[in-house]
Each structure stands twice: as C-alpha cells, then as structure tokens.
Design a protein around this ligand. Structure first.
Ligand code: AMP
Ligand code: MG
Length: 535
C-alpha cells in the first residue's frame, strides 16, 4: 500500500502562475473585490467520505502518473481535496467577464481551486484544478460545490471532446464527496438535495479572456502587461522572437486564429457550449467550463441547451461563430491600452473571420467527402442541406455518418432507398412516406453528381468522411442515463460511455446502441433537452 509520500514523488510542481504573478495579501474566504492581484491562496474544503467513480487513464498518463496510483486511497483523497501534496499551492484565480453581453465585473474561480502547476518529465506544464471543492473569495453567495450530475457531464464530455480531436481542458477524475449539496435545478422554488462531486481538471492553463478584461476594466495596465507577457512566455513561446519587442498584437492574432479553429470544430460535431460568456473563453482556444452544453440531435441552428438562454438564444448553435468574434472584440478592447492603436487588433479580428471561413470550408468539404471546396457550387449545396436537415428534422450526427457510407453511384438513387438508408436519423415518423423526402432525394442526386467529379475511390471517400463524421458523441440523453444510474450508486455506464467515446470514429458494432437518435422519452426531459446553469 502506498503512502502520501508515494503520490508526492509522482508530481513535480512548477507553479509559474503563483510564483510570477502577484497574490492577494488576504487569505480569508470572505467574498470581496481582489484588486492588484491575480489569485488568492485558498485550501480545498475536505470531503467527508470521498469515493472514486471514474478516472481517465490517458490523463493519468499525460500528467506522468503511474497507473497503479489510482488504486491507492491517497489518490482518492488527493483528488477530493483531502490531501495536500508537497509543492502544491492551492489558489483561486481572479477574473471578470461579459455575461450574456453585459459586463459582470469581478467573477473569479468561485468553485474551482487550482492545486498548482506541474512540469512533467516530457517538459510539459499542466495546471491541476479541482472543480467543486468549496468556497473561495470569488464564490459570492454560492457554496463553491458541484453536484454529481454536472460533474458527470463535465468528466464525460471533456474526455469525449479530446478523443474527437477538439481542443479542450481534460478531466482526470470524478469523485463523490459524501456531502449533499442543495440545488434548485430550474430556479423555480424546488430545491433538492443532491450528491456532491468533484472533477479534477487538467489544462496547460485555465486563463480566460476575462482575466485580461478585469485588469483593463480596473485600468491596472502594468499588471495587465505583466499577465500578457507571462501568458506569452508560458503558453505561446512560438511567438517570442530573438529580439525583445512588444508582441501583444501578434499574440492577439494567434488567439484569434485558435479561437476560430476551435469554433469550426464545435460546428463540425454539433456541440453547443451554452454559455459563451467571456469568462468561459480559454485564452488557449480550449473548450472550457462544461455547464449547460448540449449536442445537436435534429439539426437546428437556433437550438440552445441552456434554459437561461431560451428567450434570447444568444448562445444557440448557429450563433457560436459570431459570439466568438464578439468575445474576441471584448478581448481586443482590453488589450487596446497596451497597444495604443487599433490596427493590430483589427488585423487579429480580420484573421478570426478569415481563419474561420477557410477552416469551415475545408471542414465541410471533408464532411461531404470533397477534396476541394468549390465555393460557386458547394456553398449552395451546403445551404440546401442545412435547410433540409432542419425542416425535415434529421439527426445531424447520424446523417453525416450514414452519408459517409454512401458510395458515388452511377444509377439514379430512388427515394425509397434514401428513406430506408437514412430512416435511423429521422425524428419525423411520417418522413419516409411523406412527399418531403423528395427534397432529400433531389439533394442526394446533386450531391452524388458533385462527388462523382472527385478522383477518390468509394473507400477513400468513405475513410475521409468517417474521420470527421463521428459515430459516437455524448448525446444529451446518454449522459443523462449515466447520471441517473450514478445517482443510484452505479457508475458502470459512465465507464462504458467513457470507453465508447475513446473511439468516436470507429464503427464499434457491439455498442451501436449508443449511436442511436434521441428516444422519444428524452425529447422533453430535464437534462436531455433542457439544462440550466445550476450545477
Ligand atoms: P459559470 O456560469 O459556471 O461560468 O460561472 C460564473 C461564475 O459563477 C464563476 O465565477 C463561477 O466560479 C461562479 N460559480 C458558479 N457556480 C458556483 C458555485 N456553486 N459556487 C461558487 N461559485 C460559483
Ligand atoms: Mg465559468
């Protein structure tokens, strides 16, 4: 049996953020504005009866920990906030942000506690962070805790995103704390006691747009400059030239490019973040803060999983690119005092649009099995497809996966064949027999004609498409089923789904039940079709 010392030899803490940036001189938990500092020292709240529900073997490997370590009680205690390892410097960071389009002032890590930054044997740096480990000076009136349902969602989705090839923060572990947490899930006067849980998250950095915005808002320009320089040095070494010069503008361009690439990836797989506030935007272009996110089922650009957003639909699927641009504009405003001219910032914002456009076209061409995107033809073809998927209520993921299996054919494809092939992706029960199916058949004829111009064998085309059209995504109802079982004490479905999501582009015939359209029971069920920020 290993002891805490064993765990301690596993990790080397480098703690650049806390060593190089100023700390809050107070160390109480009292909610307060923290001025002139980037973080507050704070210890996780102990978990009374922690139990390890799941962990990610890949993340364990990534941070250089021995796989045997998870079997020790010390590991469970450590990831539950009960064990402080040598070299750790637990802290909560201070940031602000625009929420739903309005400046919200100081927010900060209200229920995230960074344990510290490690440096692995491979020379990589990672910050380790507990989400749900209790109050910090940024918790305002809340408790700093997280419930099991939201923690299962964060754990499963962040790992699934990674395996889909999408930049994301990672999740090492999921524990229940043994403490109940009271939440009013839909803010409608029905508070309920729920199991408390903690996810240990891992990322190169958890810095958000809002870290920079808050310093700019407070006109702390020297500190703002210090944070920009620190971020470039730590996470963007590629833009550091040989001569010392101010590279803030160049850095902003890279942030714009990374953000554009990230959103293209979300649009590719039908991921809707749900709360794209600037405090939830990673400066590294990672998917961060899995709250009321969701996955498109029937294609609907207006769909938002977040009930808080239902009226305005600011964060619906189709708005994500525009909102990312808006968020970058807020970041540009924050950086303006350091640069003193708008040109470099405008260049960055232009680069966002250009990168998004070019990457989106490339991505769509791949989704459709086309070697090159021909704007004059393909734009209209794609527009027609979106309209069909939307109005005929077709499952986006299943549609593209089925399409990946359709070889270019010389003979005319009949409606009946289309109906039969695509039926598993239809939500409208009458669709196969309705006249509307003709719209899909006609589109398919034009599509197959277009693909027949490409010099690809059917197998090559299919392989290219399958590599970007996943079969398995964390459908809202699947995760909810895993939550229901976990709340009854059975984490087996979490493990099973984690395993399936490790290979989202493989056919995995034995688990095809996880590749099915949303069942009818899930259409209006909480957690499956609507989610709130309460977590
Ligand atoms: P979010 O909407 O999750 O991005 O959170 C916005 C802000 O509220 C951040 O400052 C969070 O740290 C804080 N927050 C959210 N939930 C809690 C909670 N249960 N306890 C303390 N702070 C929270
Ligand atoms: Mg957040």
């Amino acid at each position: 049996m290993s002891n805490p010392l064993h765990l301690e030899t596993e990790l080397t803490f480098s703690n650049r953020f806390t060593q190089e940036l100023p700390a809050d001189p107070l160390n109480t938990l009292e909610s307060r504005p923290v001025i002139g500092a980037l973080f507050s020292d704070v210890n996780p709240e102990p978990s009374p009866a922690p139990s390890l529900l799941a962990y990610s073997p890949e993340v364990l490997e990534l941070i250089g920990m021995n796989s045997e370590v998870v079997k020790t009680p010390e590991f469970t205690h450590w990831v539950s906030g009960n064990l402080c390892l040598k070299g750790m410097r637990p802290h909560a960071s201070c940031y602000g942000g625009h929420q739903f389009g309005h400046w919200a002032n100081q927010l900060g890590d209200g229920r995230a506690i960074n344990l510290g930054e490690i440096k692995t044997d491979r020379g990589q740096h990672f910050t380790l962070q507990l989400k749900g480990a209790g109050r910090t000076p940024y918790s305002r009136t809340a408790d700093g805790r997280a419930v099991l349902r939201s923690s299962v969602r964060e754990f499963l989705c962040s790992e699934a995103m990674h395996h889909l090839g999408i930049p994301t923060t990672r999740a090492l572990s999921l524990v229940t704390t043994g403490r109940s947490v009271v939440r009013d899930m839909f803010y409608d006067g029905h508070p309920k006691s729920e199991p408390g849980a903690i996810v240990l998250r891992v990322a190169e950095s958890f810095t958000r747009f809002g870290h920079f915005e808050l310093l700019a808002h407070r006109q702390q320009h020297a500190l703002l400059k210090q944070l920009v320089d620190f971020t470039i040095r730590s996470d963007f070494p590629e833009i550091l030239g040989d001569e010392p010069k101010d590279n803030t503008g160049r850095w902003f361009e890279v942030v714009c490019q990374r953000t554009a690439e990230l959103i293209v990836q979300w649009q590719r797989v039908g991921f809707v973040h749900g709360v794209m506030n600037t405090d939830n935007m990673s400066i590294l272009g990672l998917t961060i803060d899995y709250g009321p996110y969701g996955w498109l089922e029937n294609y609907d650009p207006k769909w938002t999983p977040n009930t808080t957003d239902a009226a305005g639909r600011r964060y619906c699927f189709g708005n994500q690119p525009g909102i990312a641009g808006w968020n970058l504009t807020q970041l540009a405003n924050a950086l303006y005092p350091l640069i003193g001219s708008t040109a470099p910032l405008e260049r960055g914002l232009d680069l966002f649009s250009q990168t998004f456009e070019a990457s989106w076209r490339k991505m769509m061409a791949q989704k459709l099995g086309l070697m090159t995107f021909k704007p004059d033809r393909d734009e209209a073809l794609i527009e027609r497809l979106w309209s069909i998927l939307e109005h005929l209520e077709i499952d986006m993921t299943l549609f593209f996966r089925t399409l990946s299996q359709i070889a270019p054919v010389s003979h005319a494809i009949e409606s009946s064949e289309i109906a039969q092939r695509f039926e598993p992706s239809f939500y409208r029960q009458d669709l196969t027999t309705s006249g509307d199916i003709e719209r899909l058949t006609n589109w398919m004829k034009d599509y197959l004609e277009r693909t027949s111009e490409e010099a690809l064998t059917p197998d090559q085309k299919s392989a290219m498409m399958k590599a970007v059209n996943p079969r398995y995504v964390p459908r809202n109802y699947l995760t909810q089923m895993a939550i229901d079982a976990a709340e009854q004490g059975d984490p087996a479905l979490i493990h099973e789904l984690l395993e399936v999501f490790r290979h989202p582009y493989d056919d995995q015939e034995d688990v095809q039940r996880f590749a099915q359209r949303r069942p009818e029971w899930a259409r209006h069920r909480a957690g499956c079709s609507m989610l709130s920020c309460s977590s």
